[in-house]
Design a protein around this ligand. Structure first.
Ligand code: C5J
Length: 231
């Protein structure tokens, strides 16, 4: 049992029944020259969470937690892309259009891949999701139930969109969520801060908010702090 310092209070976590979920750390969202940058976003706000995420991943792997990755994207024929989602972007920058790193948000294209520093290890499931939430039209819930997971550590991008949607979905499924705040990123700092505040408000209405240093201290009590973990 690990006890993780968090808001609104410490949270005990049975590491045998916990998983780390890393959400949408994809090249198109994070890298200069990708889809996120083409939309005019400052991708450095997202890229800066790669190092803390790597420190979190290393700790979770060392502590024996299940590690699951997600990617947002669609089939090449767009049969799983709702028109309402496709039409929300300007023509030329829509899902399926040719982008700087291949077709935008299409599975199999270079931009859809997870950034190299956070690449899944063999055996770590990768959930391809068509929506913002990682539970919508995926087998994530089945995987977590089969593994007996009760607690989810959540990291990734973007804080107020796919991370928040997933945490809300998980909360309604009876899972305890610990959002690792400095391992989440947004193009909008004010949305990031508000999204984290909303998780832990009202006694933890959606869950807990912690940071990578606290998680590493709890999971690996004898390890020395390292660069990237916020200490
Ligand atoms: C994610 C998005 N991953 N912001 N997608 O948050 O469209």
């Amino acid at each position: 049992m690990a006890v993780i310092d968090a808001r609104p209070g410490p949270i005990a976590c049975d590491t045998g029944r916990a998983a780390l979920l890393v959400i949408d750390m994809q090249r198109d969202f994070l890298e200069p020259g990708g889809f996120g940058a083409a939309l005019g976003n400052d991708v450095s706000r997202l890229a800066r969470v790669v190092a803390p995420c790597r420190a979190l991943l290393d700790a979770a792997r060392a502590a024996g937690l299940a590690v699951i990755h997600t990617r947002e994207g669609h089939r090449p024929d767009l049969s799983d892309a709702p028109r309402a989602k496709v039409e929300r972007s300007p023509p030329g920058l829509r899902i399926g259009d040719p982008g700087p790193m291949g077709r935008i948000l299409i599975r199999g294209e270079p931009g859809h891949e997870i950034v190299p520093d956070l690449a899944p290890l063999p055996g770590e499931p990768v959930i391809d999701k068509p929506g913002k939430g990682a539970f919508y039209q995926t087998d994530l819930e089945l995987m977590l139930r089969n593994r007996g997971v009760e607690t989810l550590l959540v990291a990734g991008v973007t804080t107020e969109v796919c991370v928040h949607t997933t945490v809300r979905e998980a909360n309604d499924r009876g899972l305890r969520c610990i959002v690792v705040g400095d391992c989440c990123g947004s193009y909008f700092p004010e949305f990031h801060a508000a999204a984290l505040a909303m998780v832990s408000a009202q006694g933890g209405i959606f869950g807990w908010v912690s940071d990578v240093a606290a998680v590493r201290r709890a999971l690996l009590p004898s390890a020395t702090p390292r660069t990237g973990d916020g200490t």
